[in-house]
Design a protein around this ligand. Structure first.
Ligand SMILES: NC(=O)c1ccc[n+]([C@@H]2O[C@H](COP(=O)([O-])OP(=O)(O)OC[C@H]3O[C@@H](n4cnc5c(N)ncnc54)[C@H](O)[C@@H]3O)[C@@H](O)[C@H]2O)c1
Ligand SMILES: [Zn+2]
Length: 401
């Protein structure tokens, strides 16, 4: 048989041209299950480390959870740092790193939401050098290569920071909130214990839960999408639609909490490589300037961008995603997201802020974050004005001549 019948070379080359290249890597060991926090000592032993620091929010010191974790670590955790703001600050990273140097810390346990985990990631590198994190925040300069191993223990079902190489930090002096990316930031271990999320107040459950959905959707439709992450994104988004309202209404519902914890870590894996897009780009100024919690700020625009991206995209991926979730089309998915936000008490507009035209100009300008370039369609200023006009119930759309 002539080769030509076996291999259609022209077709193969054409497919190669139109095919996609991708790589997948996931270096974090994940241990998932109710009560897993009790096995922390074994996880630490696996790292072969001693003399660690526990980084957590102040509320866990008050609630006794921090003491419980220290007891269970059986002498392996010798310091605690708990000065962590909801949008962690560069000064807090430096203070934590200084404490770690003073105590000779050799590993880090981060017990908290994205804020605690992000601060811990940065401190675990900065503690090994005599520098400030400011040098690397928003400057693009590569971090030093040394870092301490980190065990990430998420207490919200939200950011997925336990499996990503990102740390999002703020600088209150300059008003800057920016992610730092570094392979140093992949935790050595993620211990995902759904029971730790039971104490999340409904507002935190709602905000962090919608972040899971945004990260899954944005990872999927991003320019940098790839098939393994696509599959993870679909699964994570399904779980959010199915279980977030229940986790919000019944904080101690074991199934809902477990499924949201699962959704969170899977969504983390789904966006860790492709990264996020428009809703995350627009969220940063909304959080910085108006204090809207991260997840709520992302969720505010995800339904709008679902419609815009579906209307303008060339390859039908947004619609394909909506269909994979069982919706008729992207508009039906966007409507379901709006309904979900209403169900769980999240804002669906900015009308209460009574923003002036110049405040909207500022939001449009600051929304031009690099994540916007990872959006599947180009987001122009006209689109951003239309978005903020819709959210503020003002007609901001500028007609093109
Ligand atoms: N690194 C990443 O990959 C990544 C991804 C998305 C977002 N982020 C960042 O993460 C931060 C948001 O993280 P988040 O949504 O997890 O919220 P968070 O960590 O800011 O926590 C929100 C509030 O909930 C409290 N809390 C957390 N867990 C609790 C529990 N189990 N019980 C009671 N209270 C609890 C915290 O103390 C805090 O007051 C933002 O700064 C965001 O930019 C990081
Ligand atoms: Zn997010």
């Amino acid at each position: 048989m002539p080769f030509g019948l076996l291999f259609d070379t022209e077709k193969m080359i054409a497919e190669r041209v139109h095919g996609m290249d991708w790589n997948y890597q996931q270096p974090v060991k994940i241990s998932f299950g109710n009560g897993k926090i009790s096995a922390l000592k074994e996880v630490i032993a696996e790292l072969g480390a001693a003399n660690g620091i526990l980084i957590c929010s102040r509320s866990f010191r008050r609630s006794g959870l921090a003491d419980q974790v220290i007891d269970e670590a059986d002498g392996l955790l010798t310091a605690v740092y708990s000065d962590v703001s909801p949008n962690p600050e560069v000064a807090e990273v430096d203070a934590c790193a200084e404490l770690m140097r003073a105590k000779g810390s050799k590993f880090v346990v981060a017990l908290g939401g994205g804020s605690v985990m992000d601060l811990a990631k940065a401190a675990a590198t900065i503690a090994t050098v005599d520098e400030s994190i400011r040098r690397y925040h928003g400057t693009g300069e590569a971090l030093p290569e040394t870092f301490l191993p980190l065990i990430a223990v998420p207490t919200t079902s939200g950011t997925g920071s336990e499996v990503t190489s990102v740390s999002v930090l703020s600088d209150h002096a300059t008003g800057k909130k920016a992610p730092i990316l570094s392979p140093n930031f992949f935790p050595a271990y993620a211990v995902v214990d759904p029971e730790l999320t039971y104490t999340c107040p409904p507002t935190v459950t709602a905000s962090s839960g919608i972040d899971v959905l945004c990260q899954a959707i944005e990872g999927y439709w991003s320019v940098n999408h790839q098939p393994i992450c696509d599959a993870l994104a679909i699964q994570a988004a399904k779980l959010v639609f199915d279980y977030l309202p229940l986790a919000y209404a019944e904080p101690y519902n074991a199934t809902a909490r477990e499924k949201m914890a699962e959704a969170s870590v899977i969504a983390g894996l789904a966006f860790a490589l492709p990264k996020t897009t428009s809703s995350h780009a627009v969220s940063y100024p909304l959080t910085n300037l108006y204090g809207i919690p991260h997840g709520e700020a992302c969720g505010l625009t995800i339904d709008y961008f679902a419609k815009v991206n579906a209307a303008l995209e060339a390859d039908g991926r947004v619609t394909a995603f909506a269909k994979a979730l069982g919706f008729a089309d992207a508009v039906a998915m966007a409507d379901a997201i709006t309904h979900l936000k209403q169900q769980i008490g999240l804002r669906t507009d900015l009308a209460d802020l009574d923003l002036s035209d110049s405040q909207i100009d500022e939001l449009v300008q600051l929304s031009h974050h690099p994540n916007l370039l990872n959006n599947p369609v180009q987001i122009t200023d006209d689109i951003l004005y239309d978005l903020f006009g819709t959210l503020t119930k003002k007609n901001m759309y500028v007609e093109q001549p």
